[in-house]
Ligand binder design. Structure first.
Ligand code: ACO
Length: 329
């Protein structure tokens, strides 16, 4: 790179999250299906999840998270020119949840679109926004993960309904000049993967084209578990290889919050110390694309994640899809 060439980085300016008011505890669930607080906590680490109120849609949760992230950044919707919403539970088949949130924010400029990679959606959306910002086409992106999985869970199936919850989280990314090495703030590298052969292991059994219904989430939990840790470690190691950084360089590991055992096994296999792992799954269950920005919000709010910290994000989801993003905060 010559001295005159700019190196653009997507720097995190703000983060925010939103959880709906209604809390459903494990004990509440044990009154609906044959389960127990002890079983759920032991197998998943989950203590409670939040459930959207009647009429409270994914876009409404996403708007609240977006406004929280904008406030945290000290920005307004007029400063944003790109909105990407990662969701598998859109308000409607179309228009996109992103355009709904764009309208709720009062934006008539810029572009907004949805991205669907299930639980990996937020990492896919960060990678996508980063490519837009680094290309120079856009200046500031709102990257939102928002979900209402309570609407697609089969509430009679104890093997899945205990795992999921509703919520939303968002970050504001801003194109800023860096020097082009790993001391830069911003997204340093992203690594995305998918393999469609695994559809049956984690899928929704309905959709507009196949069944003309919304459908319910179906999962072969043991099979997903079997693959998850390997997929996580592969993409995280890809991020280390691309940057020359290692697990000991990380300040924080912020994984998709699906299951405490998957998180602990992944961190252990990667050699990441337990005290560097941010865990919020006990508070909201698996909120799919919303889980990473919710965990980031918690880590920033309580002062753990600070400017300059090296943060590894990773997720695995239906598809299968999986991905990692290494970010200097
Ligand atoms: N309460 C009580 N018992 C239950 C429940 C429940 N909620 N669910 C299942 N059981 C029973 C089963 O019926 C089975 O009983 P049986 O032995 O009489 O047949 C027993 O518990 C053991 O069931 P398993 O499915 O073998 O339990 P396992 O230890 O695999 O735990 C779990 C299940 C928690 C789903 C686990 O497989 C898992 O976490 N998988 C990963 C799934 C995941 O996190 N998916 C999220 C999406 S993808 C992602 O984000 C990574």
């Amino acid at each position: 790179m010559t001295e005159n060439q700019k190196f653009i980085r997507s720097v995190v300016r703000g983060v925010g999250g939103y959880l709906p008011a209604c809390v459903l505890t494990n004990d509440d669930l044990s009154k609906r299906v044959d389960t127990s607080d002890e079983w759920i906590q032991q197998r998943t680490g989950i203590k409670e999840r939040h459930i959207a109120a009647d009429g409270e849609t994914t876009s409404m949760l996403g708007e609240k998270a977006a406004r929280a992230a904008l406030a945290n950044a000290g920005l307004t919707p007029s400063d944003i020119d790109l909105v990407i919403v990662a969701t598998s539970t859109p308000d409607y088949t179309f228009p996109s949840t992103a355009t709904q949130i764009q309208a709720m924010l009062g934006m008539t400029h810029g572009v907004a679109f949805d991205l669907q990679a299930v639980c990996s959606g937020f990492v896919f959306a960060i990678a996508t926004a980063d490519k837009f910002l680094r290309s120079g086409s856009h200046k500031r992106a709102l990257v939102i993960g928002a979900e209402t999985f309570s609407r697609i869970v089969d509430w009679t199936d104890r093997t899945t309904c205990v795992l999921f919850g509703d919520g939303a989280g968002a970050v504001v990314l801003e194109a800023s000049e860096g020097v082009g090495d790993t001391t830069d703030r911003g997204v340093l590298t992203t690594h995305l993967r998918s393999d469609g052969r695994h559809r049956s292991k984690l899928h929704v059994d309905g959709g507009p084209s196949a069944t003309q219904t919304v459908g319910h989430l179906r999962m072969e939990g043991k099979e997903v578990f079997r693959f998850a840790v390997g997929m996580v470690t592969d993409v995280v190691n890809d991020a280390f290889a691309a940057t020359g950084l290692t697990a000991t360089d990380l300040d924080w590991f912020v994984p998709h919050q699906a299951n405490r055992r998957i998180i602990d096994m992944s961190a252990s296999k990667l050699g990441i110390a337990p005290e560097k792992v941010i865990v919020t799954v006990h508070l909201h269950g698996n909120t799919s694309a919303a889980s990473i920005p919710l965990a980031l919000s918690a880590g920033v709010a309580d002062g753990r994640i600070k400017a300059g910290d090296l943060v590894m994000l990773e997720a695995v989801g239906g598809g299968f899809t999986w991905g990692a993003a290494l970010v200097r905060w």
